[in-house]
Design a protein around this ligand. Sequence first.
Ligand SMILES: Cc1cc2nc3c(=O)[nH]c(=O)nc-3n(C[C@H](O)[C@H](O)[C@H](O)COP(=O)(O)OP(=O)(O)OC[C@H]3O[C@@H](n4cnc5c(N)ncnc54)[C@H](O)[C@@H]3O)c2cc1C
Ligand code: SF4
Length: 338
Amino acid sequence: MAVIRDVMPAFDLLQPNSVAEARNLLEQHGRDAWVLAGGLDSFDWLKDRIKKPRTVIDLSGVEELRGVRTTGNGIEIGAMTTLTEVGQHAIIKEKYSLLAEASSVVASPQIRNQGTIGGNVSQDTRCWYYRSGWPCYRAGGNICYADTPEGRNREHAILHADRCVAVNPSDTAPALIALDAQFVISTRKGERVVDAEDYFIGPDIDITRLHILQPGDLLTAIRIPSAWAGTKFYFEKVRDRNVWDFPLLNVASAMVILGGNIERIRIAVNAAAARPLRLKTVENAVRGMPPNAATGEMAGKLAVHGAVPLQFNAYKVPLMRNLVKRAIGGVEEATWAF
Ligand SMILES: Cc1cc2nc3c(=O)[nH]c(=O)nc-3n(C[C@H](O)[C@H](O)[C@H](O)COP(=O)(O)OP(=O)(O)OC[C@H]3O[C@@H](n4cnc5c(N)ncnc54)[C@H](O)[C@@H]3O)c2cc1C
Ligand code: SF4
């Protein structure tokens, strides 16, 4: 169980100044090393003595991991760029405002000043039991405390559960999937680039992680192609309080309208499952249709097909249906056209 303390435990703190140095340290320390970005997720685990790494590799001195650069085909965001920088960057606000909006509703200004985009997409789940050190499936045990008649599961999954019913809590993840971003990973074997939607995994693949990073891997950057720049975006997050709160659900979409109909669309939701879900069935069903209330209604129903609510989270089914409905039908009134 968690031992909640204000004091950090002892560990070796290593502070590389370059990606190459960080790579060397990761090679040397492998499974004993914890990668530290802004610390908003990390510090809880360390102070509560639930994760006990011998070595912490602090990326705060690696300048090459910071900042937003334009590329021949869009932009590249360093993994250590803060959420505030992402939310306020001129090019992101102008061309990829979906991501600016998603970044700007994460937690509070203080957390966004410290938390990084790399950390936001790599953060762990907030399931109470797991974060308190209960020996559940995700922690290596053989029970899910949340999926019981008395379990506190109001925030948990309605789709794709497999033993564990925890959800991915990132606000930026669905926006990055909708923008067709790619994640750049430095591994022992060299650089690996994966589509945003493939970065995240469910308990059916690995119940101990929400993403594909293996010990020793480093997320270095996120690339956003220009293909969806300046298209029609929709982002909505529903939370209990408008400050400091994780999403109960969020939705992000990017859409191109031609001749009054949806020509291209990408749409994703998060906090409905252990990984952010790209809604391909919805995308296929609404292509060629007008972005109006009737299409939104149909899309919302499709999105929640197969949902299995738990004891205390049935509200998430109509909530998700309505978020998807608004993401698609909510553009009906808009005066713009492509
Ligand atoms: C009170 C509170 C409220 C919050 N509310 C929200 C919210 O509303 N929406 C939301 O999306 N998030 C929310 N968060 C989560 C917060 O945004 C994330 O914890 C934060 O973004 C993590 O980023 P970080 O830079 O602090 O990463 P860290 O905490 O340092 O790292 C997080 C995880 O990612 C790994 N990691 C980080 N960077 C890399 C990298 N480059 N390569 C490999 N591994 C890496 C770390 O090892 C660690 O496991 C909240 C957090 C708190 C404490
Ligand atoms: S939902 Fe997942 S993390 Fe939470 S108690 Fe169940 S197995 Fe553990």
